[in-house]
Design a protein around this ligand. Structure first.
Ligand SMILES: O=P(O)(O)OC[C@H]1C[C@H](OP(=O)(O)OP(=O)(O)O)[C@H](O)[C@@H]1O
Length: 283
């Protein structure tokens, strides 16, 4: 039975939100709702406009037999600023300061609503960028990687610094930690990342950047390309061993008496600088 437009719009929205960055053919929608392709095209035009007006995401319609519709979720700069301000307010608490200048984040990064927004905001920087996988370092980076991978609709891989027989044959690299200059190892199962993958590296926290640099070395061992680096919180350091990254929040825990200074990270310039976001969404 032909589905009414109001019902089609609701269910098409559900379908597109559940299948981000996936090309869905007009034929699929026409068959799903027993409707003409011309009606589906009109439906998609309504969704494209509404998604853009409401700041939900980008709905691209690709013409032709191999065409269809592809939904790419994003977060607007306005919503990003509101979310980051909430993170800054939550993190701005001296009791979160840990030895070595680290910050306790697990309560925040254990909350699904926080992770969903972190994932969508970090993914916003790569609307048109093909990404094959998200990479992080066990353990605290894992929920961040899962959230970003879900928004990008790609797999995520977890590198470890301890050998596990359950990982099978692995690729490993040694790297020098940024602060303590210790030699550490990172390894990843050879089966988890195809050679030549385009990889987005993420983590919950970055201090001197040694872990991130170790992951970048591992991507090179897989003959891959590091598309970008994003962390939820970047700590203040005198010397960071990596210079290109996106952070949502920046903290300085080196102040006297364990005080903490919390500011927005560099996401606004990295993601929303003129020519980045608007160019990608104004199609
Ligand atoms: O920039 P760096 O100086 O390399 O530090 C950033 C590391 C340290 C911390 O992980 P740990 O607390 O060491 O390990 P886990 O996530 O397993 O708790 C954090 O999750 C990053 O991975």
């Amino acid at each position: 039975m032909k589905t009414r437009r109001s019902d089609r719009l609701v269910d098409m929205t559900r379908y597109l939100l559940e299948h981000p960055r996936t090309l869905v053919s007009l034929t699929k929608f026409a068959n799903l709702y027993e409707s003409a392709k011309s009606s589906i095209s009109e439906d998609l035009a309504i969704l494209k406009r509404t998604f853009a007006e409401r700041g939900v995401g980008l709905l691209e319609t690709i013409p032709g037999a191999a065409g269809g519709a592809k939904f790419t979720p994003y977060m607007t700069q306005e919503n990003a600023a509101e979310f980051v301000a909430t993170l800054v307010n939550e993190i701005n608490d001296e009791t979160r300061v840990l030895p070595g200048g680290y910050v306790y984040l697990s309560d925040l990064l254990g909350q699904p609503w926080v992770l969903q927004k972190v994932g969508r905001l970090i993914a916003t920087q790569y609307l048109k960028e093909p990404i094959d996988a998200v990479m992080t370092a066990a353990t605290k980076g894992v929920p961040v990687a899962q959230a970003v991978a879900e928004s990008l609709n790609v797999p995520f891989v977890i590198v470890r610094n301890d050998t596990k027989v359950t990982e099978g044959p692995t690729m490993s690299v040694n790297y020098v930690t940024g602060q303590s200059k210790r030699l550490e190892k990172l390894e990843l199962s050879r089966r988890s990342l195809p050679m030549g993958s385009r990889v987005l590296i993420v983590d919950d926290f970055m201090k001197a950047g040694g872990t991130i640099r170790g992951m970048a070395s591992l991507v090179k061992e897989f003959e891959g390309e590091v598309v970008g680096v994003a962390v939820v919180v970047a700590g203040e350091v005198a010397h960071r061993v990596i210079d290109k990254y996106t952070s949502l929040v920046h903290v300085n825990t080196d102040k006297e008496g364990g005080l903490i200074d919390v500011q927005s990270g560099n996401y606004a310039t990295e993601i929303f600088a003129p020519g980045n976001f608007t160019t990608q969404v104004n199609v």
